[in-house]
Write a new protein. Structure first.
Length: 259
């Protein structure tokens, strides 16, 4: 029996005169991978930023495990187990792998009435997390600036899952990566799913979506125009919906008017 983790209902958002989202519904089942696709003005990132607490909706609601939830900030979403991995990684180059993973959530130990960072414990947990996810990065005391693009992406994934995330949102996770790094990101998505973590992948690369996702959600001009299970569709149908902005199956099911 599937468990509905997140339900977004009639979400709307405008920026001045520009309407980004129009009464959007989206369901996320625990442990599933969703590919969220559409053109650059589709509203994908805005919808996900609302779910991640980076933007507030003008209307609509979010249900988490059936209960209303309101995320006024990314910290609220993180406290609820929702993390977002941004396309630019959002890492601090001068800090180490461990420091980036625990940034803002550092572990503290007290000694002689003073507080210190518990570096040994954080390093150990960072290594365990990276190994569990099957990621490949240099030693955890390496500054992030010394890492390749694929290794930095691995650190962002590790950071997103370090604190019992139930849903990880990935914004173009394979953009600007080479073939071997893309393969590692896909493997990481599979491992998250295997651990019961839901994943939403925003991507222009349909090959990534078809390789990793259980369902694909197509958006156009702030609407959801179609939802398909990966096993029941193909790239041509998804591309048609992205370009045309409508669901051909829905049109086929419409009754024809009498002539």
């Amino acid at each position: 029996m599937t468990s509905l983790l997140v339900a977004m209902r009639t979400i709307s958002k405008a920026f001045g005169a520009v309407v980004a989202l129009r009464r959007v519904d989206l369901d996320v089942v625990a442990g599933e991978v969703i590919g969220l696709v559409g053109d650059n003005a589709a509203g994908k990132s805005t919808l996900m930023k609302i779910l991640a607490g980076a933007t507030t909706p003008d209307a609509g609601e979010i249900l988490l495990n059936g209960a209303p939830a309101r995320f006024a900030s990314p910290m609220d979403a993180r406290a609820a187990g929702i993390e977002m991995v941004y396309q630019d990684f959002a890492l601090v180059p001068e800090l180490t792998v461990t420091q980036n993973i625990f940034l803002g959530r550092e572990l503290i130990r007290a000694r002689l009435g003073l507080e210190f960072l518990n570096k040994r414990i954080m390093d150990g947990r960072a290594r365990e997390l990276i190994e569990r996810l099957g990621l490949r990065v240099p030693p955890v005391d390496t500054p992030v600036r010394a890492l390749s693009g694929g290794q930095q992406q691995a650190v962002t994934i590790a950071r997103a899952t370090a604190f019992d995330a139930r849903l990880v949102i990935m914004d173009e996770p394979t953009a600007s990566l080479g073939a071997s790094a893309i393969a590692k990101v896909r493997e990481s998505i599979g491992r998250l799913k295997a651990h019961g973590v839901a994943v939403i992948v925003i991507s222009h690369r349909l090959e990534d979506v078809f390789e990793t996702a259980d369902r694909v959600v197509v958006m156009k001009h702030g609407h959801v125009v179609g939802v398909r299970r990966i096993a029941e569709t193909g790239a041509d149908e998804i591309l048609h919906m992205i370009v045309a902005g409508r669901d051909p199956r829905a049109l086929a099911d419409m009754p024809h008017s009498a002539s």
